[in-house]
Design a protein around this ligand. Structure first.
Ligand code: ADP
Ligand code: MG
Length: 631
């Protein structure tokens, strides 16, 4: 007796959207069904490694597609792990686990459904895509464990499905598709072969396509349609770029070519094949099925782990690809992989290989390396911070933009080569972005003395610098430290014509500013280093540095604005004006507002003003005074 079940509410929605938005790409239903069959075959093969009690142990692991051109039906059969009744309900009646969930979220969020239609065809949309071409689908399945009852699931894709007992006697799953009238084009052996080649060439199980009701079995039907080559086991020189592109996109459903391919084969000290890709961007599209990090781990061609994260350190988890080793014992389970000592050795080999490839790119193709750096700088810096074992390989991979590099990238070695006369420390400025760094008020003295300053704009820099500490004996020093002394470093520029204000007047101004700002600043002092800017804020030796302050802000921690030392430039016209105004006894509203803005301007310049909007009133009021026409 067949029993009726209703689909989970979202499923009808998914079906509806699929049918309407993917019309042009309907052929991907076959890719999805083959991918499920391949998953099921992988799972049963894995099960057989450790389990004696598997039904039909001798069955070939294959996928067969039978096309009935006359009756417009297609049947896809696998000898995979199969599904028992509860598993069918779970797998085909709910969408919680499948890519369809993300698909639905994405499509319903997009304002214009036609935009998403173009890209959706590229993503994993799962079993339901079959209803783009089917008016009725029957799934007969028998699970791998002896004694499980075979089930027959059927649905027309609208409200729900039926289930009943099936007489299927062998292990695996048969999907029987009655094509919709507008999808009769798929009732063609030739067409199906073509689609298999296009989307499923690298599936590692043989896929056969048969014609039902034909005469003799044609020769083409006795041969698998797909190449099923383990691409990573082929000699690197034999694999063409097009094969890589195809394999990479079938693996990741990322259709942009990877930035770099690392294809390697070793026999000693460990046997391994590795085929790894650096994706063009670390971002995984919202619909990409490989949302989880990890690479595929094979032992002797058998897929052991779909998303293995033990083979690479966390900072390299952006890599995609496959590692396959003949040395791994086949009885490893997903749970025990991690503790297998061989994995640790594989990890160290693979990690070094990736790092040496990056170095090779850096040496041979700086333009490509700049692209990689742009995408992955944060990851590699994370590597320097966390991976002491490979530090020597990681340091030469670091790149910086500096006050002298004109936007180009420099290495630490270049920075050391370019140290100015008498320069011991490597100086850096922390800023929100490169433009702000370039305009930093702290750079005055460095510019005029010809000293290079590194621009640090990534959050991770706050960890990188303390972790580096020094490079080749040169310590890293922030440009805004309290005790900055550049007297004997570089070539001082010629003195400006402006005479500094005399000490007594300057002393009065400093006193006035100190009183006016109160405990917002730790102290006020005359600057020895400013030349073209009127003021800057200096971090006292005992205060939280700017890196820490930024880190805390990123973490959304409530922190007080750090009290800093305000330095003023006694040669700057603005400071001279303020001093003169004070000396003339004009301790008025204008002077007060100007001093407030002087301090806030310095905060703003460093990107640490907690509430910039509070400046507006003072700014407008000063503008009003400045633009006033004396009658
Ligand atoms: P996904 O493959 O992303 O999990 P699908 O919608 O393609 O999503 O499939 C849903 C689930 O149905 C699978 O996870 C699997 O458990 C089950 N399933 C589908 N096809 C098969 C099959 N041929 N053999 C065994 N199980 C299957
Ligand atoms: Mg699937």
């Amino acid at each position: 007796m067949a029993e009726n079940y209703a689909f989970q509410a979202e499923i009808s929605q998914v079906l509806n959207i699929l049918i309407h938005s993917l019309y042009k790409d309907r052929e991907i239903f076959l890719r999805e069904l083959i991918s499920n069959a391949s998953d099921a075959l992988n799972r049963v093969r894995f099960e057989m490694l450790t389990n004696e009690d598997v039904l039909d142990k001798e069955a070939e692991l294959e996928i067969h597609i039978s096309v009935d051109e006359e009756n417009k039906t297609i049947r896809i059969s696998d000898t995979g792990i199969g599904m028992a009744a509860e598993e069918i309900v779970d797998g085909l009646g709910t969408i919680a686990r499948s890519g369809a969930r993300m698909f639905l979220d994405q499509v319903t969020q997009a304002d214009d459904p036609s935009i998403s239609a173009d890209i959706i065809g590229q993503f994993g949309v799962g079993f339901y895509s079959v209803f783009m071409v089917a008016e009725r689908v029957e799934v007969a399945s028998r699970s791998y464990y002896p004694g499980a009852e075979a089930v027959l699931w059927s649905s027309t894709g609208d409200a729900g499905y039926q289930m009943e007992v099936s007489d299927k006697s062998n292990r695996g799953t048969d999907i029987f598709i009655h094509l919709r009238e507008d999808a009769h084009e798929f009732a063609s052996v030739w067409r199906i072969q073509q689609i298999v080649k296009k989307h499923s060439d690298f599936v590692t199980f043989p896929i056969y396509v048969h014609k039902i009701g034909g005469e003799e079995e044609a020769e083409s039907e006795a041969q698998p349609v797909n190449q099923q080559t383990a691409l990573w086991r082929r000699s690197p020189s034999e694999v063409e770029q097009a094969d890589h592109d195809k394999f990479y996109s079938s693996l990741t459903l990322d259709f942009k070519s990877p930035l770099r391919i690392i294809h390697t084969h070793a026999d000693a000290p460990l046997q391994l094949y590795a085929l790894l890709y650096i994706p063009h961007s670390p971002e995984r599209g919202p619909l990409t099925p490989r949302q989880e990090p990890g690479i595929k781990l094979y032992a002797r061609k058998i897929l052991i782990d779909e998303y293995n994260t033990d083979l690479l350190p966390e900072y390299l988890w952006f890599m995609q690809g496959v590692v396959d080793s003949e040395d791994l014992p086949l009885n490893v389970s997903r749970e025990t992989i991690q503790s297998n000592p061989l994995i640790a050795r594989l990890k160290s080999v693979v990690t070094r290989r990736v790092l040496s490839e990056l170095q090779k790119v850096a040496d041979e193709d700086p333009e490509l390396y700049a692209q990689i750096w742009e995408a992955y700088s944060g990851y590699l810096k994370h590597g320097v911070v966390s991976d002491y074992a490979n530090r020597e390989q990681l340091l030469p991979l670091l790149r910086f933009v500096s006050s002298k590099s004109n936007g180009a990238l420099v290495t630490l070695d270049q920075v050391v080569e370019n140290l100015a006369e008498g320069q011991e420390a490597i100086y850096y400025v922390v800023a929100d972005d490169l433009v702000s760094a370039g305009q930093s008020v702290h750079l005055d003295a460095f510019r005029s003395r010809g000293i290079e300053v590194l621009y640090l704009t990534e959050t991770i820099d706050g960890l990188l610098i303390p972790s580096l500490g020094q490079y080749e004996g040169h310590v890293f020093v922030a440009v805004d430290v309290e005790e900055l002394d550049l007297d004997n470093v570089g070539q001082p520029a010629a003195e400006t014509e402006e005479e500094p204000i005399d000490d007594a007047t300057l002393g009065d101004l400093i006193m006035y500013i100190t009183t006016e700002l109160g405990d917002q600043v730790k102290s006020v002092r005359a600057s020895k280093v400013l030349s073209s800017n009127p003021a800057r804020l200096v971090t006292p030796a005992d205060a939280m540095n700017r890196h820490q302050e930024r880190l805390y802000r990123m973490l959304d921690k409530e922190i007080e604005t750090q009290t800093r030392i305000l330095e003023i430039n006694s040669r700057h016209p603005l400071i001279r004006n303020l001093a003169a105004r004070l000396a003339a006894g004009w301790q008025d509203d204008l002077l007060q507002r100007s001093v407030r803005l002087l301090y806030q301007g310095a905060m703003l310049a460093d990107g640490v003003h907690p509430r910039p909007a509070t400046m507006v009133e003072d700014v407008f009021s000063l503008m009003e005074a400045a633009t006033h026409l004396d009658e």
